[in-house]
Design a binder for this molecule. Structure first.
Ligand code: FAD
Length: 494
């Protein structure tokens, strides 16, 4: 077996997504020699971070606090912008509310308190941030971001984010070895980690280092692990992001005594075009996030979820699971002429079923026409009076049907109708390893495993059941920066 001659490396990072690249930068700035190994070939690099929307959730007291971070667009000057504050307390409450009170308190505090400082630090290193216009609602000339709907994204979305990060990291001279799949952690007689054994194009190779940071994602792209941990049917879902996150880092860590932590049977799974690719399904056309304005039914013509429970950013991560429970894992989002103008841009290039009447819609969707008519009429009768307002939780709801629709309920009565077939797409898994606040991986006896850190998707305890959008990238950057600094300190203290 070859031992790769990067013996001088202090800190080795496994995985070049957002978390790994941020960790590399932080460890480099802290004065250590850093190298990265990445399973993907260079042309497919970037991990889930590259597939992401590039949206970062962070707490801020008012727009002035974040204005200096943002590149102002000539087409959307700040004078036309109104961004409601998102205080730390609200971010904290959102995390605890959507995770049903289960999120780890220490990690939640870290996520909230470090969010703005970390985004600001990234900006100071050259990351460019912009307003995320899709999340804005328009009132007259003003674009308004309601509190919590996440106003900021990296320029160019997820691809822009990783391109900028690779650029920054490459300029430091940190080497990145592509096409290298880590498979086993190397430990010394005292249990300290000093590298990995990895598969390369030339065969199995050992990469040695004084400290190791695992940044290689969850197990969302591994059908066997999905079925094992998430349950029956999950082996069949579409994978929105990278094909390379197959749980290697988790398996390697558990093998040497890391503690599994968090919601191992839970994952972020949202709603995508039923015809999207099975793996790496995400594209500019495949998300189907306008469902709060739809009536969503399954193949048996039943509604099965409160489409308007809350803003999309607070519900989309759990809706995939509900769709998976439906026959053939399919649902239809139905809109009429009143709600069609509210569709987001990814719907534009697709081909919905268009029908002039409910009968025709049933025919086209091969559904029981009588049942569809009865259920739509029942829905329409249940719609309560009130003012429809897509920009806020308008409380315009139904009463007396199951499930009720809590906001944005309007009668489906203005043909032509458009129906979009959707399915479940897994985004990332919630289960991970337990880390301490320095992101050191903790063993069964509650002590850090010397020389081992885990960051990003690999860390358990942040998310349970559900997830507020934009928190994954922020989590990756915070844990990455922490681990980079801590690993550098460890190396220097040896
Ligand atoms: C379609 C989509 C949209 C999303 N949108 C957003 C968003 O807008 N905002 C947000 O906050 N979150 C979003 N997320 C979630 C977020 O992207 C991820 O949770 C986050 O990017 C994970 O970062 P990471 O660095 O931990 O993992 P990744 O970015 O996935 O990086 C892991 C890297 O490890 C590599 N790797 C895996 N196994 C090995 C191995 N054995 N050896 C070497 N390398 C290995 C992989 O190839 C990959 O490059 C989205 C996710 C998807 C899929």
């Amino acid at each position: 077996m070859a031992v790769v001659s990067i013996n001088e490396t202090d800190v080795l990072i496994v995985g070049a997504g957002n978390a790994g690249l941020v960790a590399a930068l932080a460890a480099h700035e802290a004065g250590t020699k850093v190298a990265i190994i990445e399973r993907a070939p260079v042309e497919r690099r970037g991990g889930n971070s590259g597939f992401s929307g590039g949206i970062f959730r962070f707490a801020f007291r008012n727009f002035d606090e974040i204005r200096s971070l943002l590149a102002e667009s000539p087409t959307l000057p700040f004078t036309k912008v109104e961004v409601e504050p998102y205080p730390a307390g609200t971010f904290h409450n959102d995390l605890m509310r959507v995770t049903e009170g289960l999120a780890d308190q220490t990690l939640t505090k870290l996520l909230v308190e470090e969010s703005l400082p970390t985004v600001s630090w990234m900006a100071s290193r050259g990351l460019v941030w912009e307003l995320h216009v899709t999340h804005a609602s328009k009132r007259g000339e003003k674009f308004i971001w309601r509190s919590g709907v996440v106003p900021v994204m990296a320029r160019g979305g997820g691809r822009g984010l990783v391109d900028m990060l690779f650029d920054i990291v490459e300029r430091t001279g940190i080497p990145i070895y592509y096409g290298v799949r880590a498979g086993r952690l190397l430990t010394d007689s005292g249990g300290a980690v000093h590298g990995v054994s990895a598969q390369t194009h030339e065969g199995r190779t050992e990469f040695r280092a004084k400290a190791l940071i695992l940044a290689c994602g969850g197990f969302e792209a591994n059908p066997e692990m999905r079925a094992r941990y998430l349950g029956p049917g999950w082996d069949l879902v579409k994978v929105r992001g990278t094909r390379y996150n197959t749980g290697d880092g988790l398996s390697m860590s558990l093998e040497i005594g890391a503690v599994p932590f968090g919601h191992w049977s839970g994952c972020h799974a949202s709603v995508i075009d039923a015809e999207a690719a099975d793996v790496e399904a995400e594209s500019t056309d495949t998300t189907r996030y306008s469902y709060p304005f739809s009536v969503m039914v399954n193949r048996e013509v039943q509604r099965f979820v409160d489409e308007g429970e809350d803003f999309q950013v607070y519900t989309y991560a759990k809706i995939g699971r509900r769709i998976l429970e439906q026959p053939a894992c399919i649902a239809y989002q139905i809109f009429d002429q009143k709600t069609l103008p509210l569709l987001r841009s990814p719907y534009q290039n697709s081909r919905p079923v268009v029908a002039q009447s409910v009968d025709e819609l049933a025919d086209e969707l091969e559904m029981d026409g009588e049942r569809l008519k009865r259920n739509i009429e029942g829905f329409n009768r249940a719609v309560q009076e009130g003012e429809f307002d897509s920009s806020r939780r308008d409380g315009k709801r139904t009463r007396g049907i199951t499930p009720d629709k809590s906001n944005w309920a309007v009668a489906l009565d203005s043909p032509p109708f458009c129906a979009y077939a959707v399915t479940c797409g897994i985004t990332f898994t919630y289960g991970g390893v337990r880390v301490d606040p320095q992101c050191r991986v903790v063993s069964e006896d509650d002590r850090p495993i010397p020389g081992l850190w885990a960051i990003g998707e690999m860390v358990g305890g942040f998310f349970y059941h559900n997830y507020p959008s934009g928190s994954g990238l922020t989590r990756g950057s915070i844990t990455g920066r922490r681990a980079g600094i801590a690993a550098a300190r460890y190396v220097k203290g040896r």
